[in-house]
Design a protein around this ligand. Structure first.
Ligand SMILES: NC(=O)c1ccc[n+]([C@@H]2O[C@H](COP(=O)([O-])OP(=O)(O)OC[C@H]3O[C@@H](n4cnc5c(N)ncnc54)[C@H](OP(=O)(O)O)[C@@H]3O)[C@@H](O)[C@H]2O)c1
Length: 245
């Protein structure tokens, strides 16, 4: 069994929030990381922080909506470390708004990031996992996937798609591969309300500031799933603040 000490783990959306917290946690356990996001300065800051603590990480500027970028992420893992054990598909955008505002670019971005982005990750990592005979997909969904609350319908639909895709992938995975969905509730990150319509953003940030859990709580859940022995697949973890209805 490979332990976190020698696992090679790629994480999308690692420049802030849950992805950053997950990178820090796993680096502290000795994993070798390949971190992807679009904001190079923020990504570099995360990589530098990990290296300063003696960890191992490399950053790759990645837009998950682009197939070639995900391939560069997995190629970097292979070139640097000779393998890829886990892909954490975490990149996301919560730019929610009422339908009447017709923010169709935001709708497209949520579909492109959560659905196409996830598929791009599967397309890049699955052949690697098949060649190795082992591999683990960890896909970040949301409690919003289960309870549709206006004005989050498009966001919720894309996160519901994460569950559907993950379940189909799990069924086709065979004995060597693992597929985990981690569904966080309100988490204290900069992404809450970012790009959302003003009213929705105000409601979300107010709620976040009142009840949200720290991103380290979600990182721990991801770490738990990764840390299970080979042959044990944690299918889903729902982790939410106790105060969340
Ligand atoms: N916070 C919550 O309450 C909550 C609850 C449930 C689920 N989630 C999910 O958790 C995940 C992480 O969100 P967060 O709360 O940690 O927010 P966050 O701090 O805004 O993190 C989002 C990350 O995704 C990256 N990203 C966004 N679009 C991308 C793209 N096209 N390509 C590559 N990277 C992209 C961002 O980096 P760049 O901008 O640098 O690319 C950032 O690193 C998301 O999937 C979100 O839907 C969050």
């Amino acid at each position: 069994m490979r332990t976190d000490q020698d696992k090679v783990i790629a994480i999308t959306g690692a420049s802030s929030g849950i992805g950053e917290a997950t990178a820090r946690l796993l680096a502290g356990r000795g994993a070798r990381l390949v971190l992807g996001a679009r904001r190079e300065d923020r990504l570099n800051a995360v990589v530098d922080g990990i290296m300063a603590r003696g960890g191992t990480a490399v950053g790759v500027v990645v837009d998950v909506t682009r197939r070639a970028d995900l391939r560069r992420l997995t190629d970097t893992a292979l070139e640097r470390y000779g393998r890829l054990d886990v892909l954490v598909s975490n990149a996301g955008t919560m730019a929610v708004s009422p339908f009447d505002e017709l923010r169709q670019d935001d709708w497209d971005a949520m579909v492109a990031t959560h659905v196409t982005g996830l598929l791009n990750g599967i397309g890049a990592a699955l052949p690697v996992f098949r060649r190795q005979g082992t591999g683990h997909f960890v896909n970040v969904s949301s409690t919003a996937a289960r309870v549709v609350k206006s004005p989050q319908a498009v966001y919720a639909a894309t996160k519901a798609a994460v569950h559907v895709i993950s379940e189909g992938l799990r069924q086709e995975s065979g004995p060597g591969l693992r597929v985990t969905v981690v569904s966080p509730g309100f988490t204290h990150t900069e992404g809450v309300g970012k790009g959302a319509s003003p009213e929705a953003a105000a409601a979300m940030t107010r709620m976040r500031d009142e009840i949200a859990m720290p991103p380290s709580a979600v990182a721990s859940a991801i770490g738990y799933a990764i840390d299970q022995p080979a042959g044990v697949d944690v299918g889903e973890i729902v982790v939410r603040p106790t105060a969340q209805a």
